[in-house]
Design a protein around this ligand. Sequence first.
Ligand code: ZN
Length: 174
Amino acid sequence: MAVLEVLKMGNPLLRETSIIVENELKTNEFQQTIDNLIDTMRFQNGAGIAAPQVGILKRVFTMEMEENHRYPNKTPFPIYIAINPEIEFLDNTLVDSWEGCLSIPNIRGKLKRHKRILLKATDRNGDYFEEELDNFAAIVAQHELDHLNGTLLIDRMESMETLTFQEEYEKYWM
Ligand code: ZN
């Protein structure tokens, strides 16, 4: 197990566009990178993490939400390891999303995300998959894909008026 350091907003690597994963996927080194991403996500209690957040500019993210009694409004979803992911919007319905980010600790902001998406990616074995996701799982996938293009949640906020510390979010907005 290896928990990696998560880069924080301001680190220029978070603004880079990550590159496609090719033949290196099946190497031990890359498989170890995937395991480290999972370990780091779980250690930080994140719902997802993208490789550039640990300084690796490759198109891969992981996401997972286990049953959590502290967040009864969050529907659990299994672990997804998405290599070279793409997202197709299944309709134009948008939902409000109060998002946080491991790279922007203790901060929340409100933005719009698509409610229903199709996640298209390859798994860690190189096998292509498609998964229909909605609500929280769809939001996490959109957030993580943004990281692969150097986009942070603050870029998508309609107004900075909702930029909120976690404590105030729980007090006033949760
Ligand atoms: Zn993030």
